[in-house]
Write a protein of this length. Structure first.
Lengths: 299, 156
């Protein structure tokens, strides 16, 4: 029985199959493949955005949803263990989508559950369906996943979305452009992974000019709590803001992605540029999640 | 020298002598091997002189022999440990310990947000490096290195 806890649980074949199904669902979103099935969405911590995306996906497929959106009102608040909750719900549902504030909670659930688990976020650790929707957005806008240059901007040290995207894109012929302050640079383990796969990358401190060869510009939030010195944060925050004027020499096919919500790292003057894709990207989440659910249920 | 050692920790007829345990980790070894629950005759010495370790500990357990996977559990805290298997006062076999590929229920994950630090879940690590012990948590995926390695208490 397969679960999706971390994007590395999916092979290249799994990913390609999910993306293909996602495209079919986008063409015809009324395929009732989950008719008669029950999917549990267990949100041990609230995340309205993610939960609505999953529940829309399940509803569009004709499935039923059970679950909770906040563990505060459930027996977990009275001290029921994660194990007991998962064991109970596994009796009722065909698949569990779960979000939990503790890291590793979904992996543990996948070990004890007799039905597939989709990790919808375990603390700061993994959120693999975000990566699937990122991949789907890349494939949809570029028509391919090979021979692309992906520029990653901002917090490349702690940002889990860029790490997962890097791991997934390293299955294809990708080159990377890392743009980050030294204190938030891409960790060595990920650069080693690329070196091992003979994939090229370059590192830059300045945003302006470094994005001109990119096919995808993946923006991330630079978070205040990553800095000991608040002055340093203010300085860095201003340096990694994408403005419309910076896009004039970029490739015509380039698209700007962001996992949302944004703070100030993409200036609002970018929003009306056709190269901006972050709002459509979020919309793609429903199709990617429909495909991931069906893939795990072998539908 | 040999005579002196005999006086410090008495010899056993049959059993296992675990030597070259770092003095600071004697009690961790006792805990990992659950020797506090063991009914056999056990003698141990601590803060003995050692050229290799500066100060070492030694444990002698009468009539007890360990399987490899059992004794490899101490490799995290006593990587240089040597086992002497004693039969009839003679050393019939010498063994070293080896860090296994996976570590179960011994180490604590250094990540305060890890699910294993909040729920009754046995810890599990993949060993990434043996030289400088580096463990990757099977749950939160974070790295616990030698510096932050904490051995769980109350292991059975
Ligand atoms: Zn952990």
């Amino acid at each position: 029985m397969k679960s999706l806890v971390s994007i590395t649980d999916f092979s290249k074949q799994d990913i390609l199959s999910v993306l293909e199904h996602a495209a079919n669902f986008e063409k015809d979103s009324r395929q009732r493949l989950l008719q008669g099935k029950v999917v549990a969405t267990l949100f041990f911590e609230p995340s309205t955005r993610t939960r609505l995306s999953f529940e829309t996906a399940i509803n569009r497929l004709g499935g039923r949803v059970i679950g909770f959106s906040d563990a505060n009102n459930t027996s977990m608040a009275k001290g029921e263990t994660l194990k007991d909750t998962i064991m109970m719900v596994a009796n009722y549902a065909d698949l569990i989508v779960m979000r939990h504030p503790l890291e590793g909670a979904a992996r543990y659930a996948s070990e004890i559950s007799r039905i597939p688990i989709i990790n919808a976020g375990d603390g700061a650790n993994q959120h693999p369906t975000q990566t699937l929707l990122d991949l789907y957005s890349i494939k949809k806008t570029q028509g391919k996943l090979d021979d692309l240059n992906i520029a990653m901007v901002g917090d490349l040290k702690y940002g889990r979305t860029v790490h997962s995207l890097l791991q997934a894109m390293s299955l294809f012929r990708t080159s990377f452009t890392f743009i980050a302050p030294p204190e938030l640079a891409m960790p060595g383990e990920y650069k080693n992974l690329l070196a091992k796969k003979k994939l090229q990358y370059s590192e830059h401190l300045d945003l302006e000019g470094s994005i001109n060869d990119a096919d995808i510009i993946y923006m991330t939030r630079v978070q205040r709590e990553r800095f000991l010195d608040p002055m340093e944060y203010e300085k860095v925050k201003q340096l990694y803001v994408l403005r419309n004027s910076m896009l004039s020499n970029t490739r015509p096919n380039v698209k700007i992605l962001h996992p949302l919500p944004r703070v100030n790292e993409i200036n609002i003057d970018v929003d009306s540029n056709p190269k901006a894709y972050y709002f459509q990207q979020a919309g793609n989440g429903v199709f990617a999640r429909m495909a991931a659910i069906c893939h795990l249920l072998n539908l | 020298m040999k005579e002196e050692k005999q006086l410090k920790v008495s010899a056993i007829k049959n059993g296992t002598v675990i030597d070259h345990i770092p003095a600071s980790n004697l009690f961790k070894v006792i805990e990992i091997l659950a020797l506090s629950h063991c009914k056999n005759q056990i003698t141990f010495g601590n803060n003995l002189e050692s050229k290799k370790l500066g100060s070492k500990a030694i444990i002698k357990i009468a009539d007890r022999f360990f399987a490899d996977d059992e004794v490899n559990r101490i490799a995290l805290v006593a990587p240089q440990a040597k086992l002497n298997i004693i039969k009839n006062y003679n050393v019939i076999e010498k063994r070293t310990v080896e860090i296994p590929d996976e570590i179960h229920s011994i180490a604590k994950c250094m990540n305060p947000m890890c699910v294993t630090n909040h729920q009754a879940i046995p810890t599990k690590f993949k060993v990434i490096s043996r030289q400088e012990v580096t463990l990757q948590c099977a749950y939160c995926e974070k790295i616990t290195d030698q510096e932050r390695l904490v051995i769980l208490s109350g292991i059975r």
